[in-house]
Design a protein around this ligand. Sequence first.
Ligand SMILES: [Zn+2]
Length: 250
Amino acid sequence: MGWIITLFILVVGLSIGSFLNVITFRLGKKGGIFWGRSECPHCGHVLKWRDLIPVLSFLTLKGKCRHCRQKISLIYPAVEILTAVAFLAYIYFRNTYALEVLYGLALISGLMVIVFSDLLELIIPDKIVFPLIILAFTFNLSVADISARLITALILSAIFAIMYLGSRGRWLGLGDAKLVFLIGLALGYPLGVLAVLFSVWTAALVGIALVMAGKATLKTALPLGTFLAINSIIFLIFQNELQKVTQTIF
Ligand SMILES: [Zn+2]
């Protein structure tokens, strides 16, 4: 990839990341997700364009609101940088045709919102998951294995729904069952199943580490959706490489 294209993808990724911040922080509030002006969450000061340049505004303002000098969450530049890096990595490693690039970047964008909304508010928003399920279904209709993907999605979400009912919602939420349906559709078998298994393992390991460090108890709710969404993004980026590995095993 030439450096001009790389730079272009990074700028697009940072800008979309900035837009994903807006969506993530408006999901829990009343009013539209897409419309309305951005304001400081501390003082309500309406932000102008010069306060909204991805990463650069955060750096020039030294991480503080221009008006009230309260700290701006590091989450904002983190989402922007992660989105830009994920976009670049997906285009580079997946190395696919334009329509699938658009589809992949849309999936990654939605999953990025889920990573942070589950991490910050323990919510996996239907407003994000349902459109992504329709998108993944429609796109994969043209791919030969849609029935295999549907079966993978149904089995994964059935297992999660049973665990949800069996644990009365203590281990996981209904949002997780919808999210693994999406993962089954988007990644199919075996990658979708592996992404879910890997997420459950990493969530359990992090949970055990937090309990041992005294930062959580066995009753602390872990954002499983965050792990599911992060691993799905990683699996989407490296699906060519992972498919080669799994083909030799399965
Ligand atoms: Zn402020």
